[in-house]
Design a protein around this ligand. Sequence first.
Ligand code: SAH
Length: 400
Amino acid sequence: MESPSGKPNLFGLDRAALSQVVAGLGEPAYRVEQIYRWLYRRRARTMAEMTDLTKGVREALAATHDLRWPEVVERGHSRDGTIKYLFRLDDGATIESVYIPEDRRRTICISTQAGCPLKCVFCLTGISGYRRNLKPWEILGQVATVMHEVHRELGGARGAATSEGGFRGGRSQPARRWPQRERPPYHARSAPPEMKTKAWNVVVMGMGEPLLNYESTVIALRALMDPDGFAVAPRKLTLSTVGILPALEKLMQEPVRPNLAISLHAPTKELRRELMPIEERYDIQDVIAAAQRYPIPHGGAVTYEYVLLGGVNDQPTHARALVRLLAGAHGKVNLIPLNPAPEIPFAPPSPEAIDEFCRILSEARITVSVRRPRGQDILAACGQLHLKRGEVPVPAPVAS
Ligand code: SAH
């Protein structure tokens, strides 16, 4: 995939790749940390801003590399404040991200693949097919773009972008038109109270299965959680997966791991197989056992996601079977009433069915929450904006 300029993108490179770039320029190793912070902490848009690099280094970088985020081609603003972003990538593939403001936090939902090969029967992304894995810059660029735009909007409302002042180890910095970062590293103690209450959450719950794009996803996760990067606290970064077991085992070995959400959606193997073809490969019981071994970040908990499909998996018998399935497991259940669409051959659950399902789980002392629908007026359900534009990727078989 060629970029428009033919130059590789500096944004998205990890420390190892930046080391090669720096060595190629004949520069000392400490440049790696400088560039890393400019890319992921201050989120510079041009090399020219990287003022602690010499002019020669900035020019050499600009001559050999691009510095860019994916292009936003559409923004959908919902009445509830949700903003849906449609990005177009260099090869024409489109992906979605969603910004969800809430009272005490703000959340960005990001994609890791263009389309999805898993074909869960109730998911629009699966219905519309699979195109390819995203590169680290395409994953991180979604977060950078949304944080940048949201912060610019907040800053604009107050007349100026806010900045938290100096950088650790940095010299004095020139005045900047955009915030240097939206919130301090999670270990910082000096954050203003409103920043603390409005911490960023990032959920890897957009298009695609993150654990089928392991390498790029993990490079992105590291930069998101790095205190010298986006500095999102691990417990505020949640990766949602159907449970690709070998990749989940690998993720457990990472020194810093995000919070985990498991897409369950059925209480038995038989029903899950009908809804999620991946069940043939990775057994529901094995997935739960692996999730139970996953080292959750401090303050987090495994979430079991359960999309309620009217009349299909939302009956009291299903709720009781789910109680049995999760007996002895730690974590919580998030019930997600189906976000319906004409292309999805299922109906949402009735309010009574949701209540009853919830009641059965709570009586069994399972922590349960029901996801409130967000952004329905802007087609914020996964895959909807992308379909509306008719840019359906070429369907491909399930990845092996
Ligand atoms: N592949 C990963 C992450 C992307 S899907 C996973 O499956 O977990 C993120 C969540 O959205 C999953 O729990 C998925 O089942 C759910 N989802 C997909 N389509 C939906 C719909 N139409 N309504 C409600 N939730 C949906």
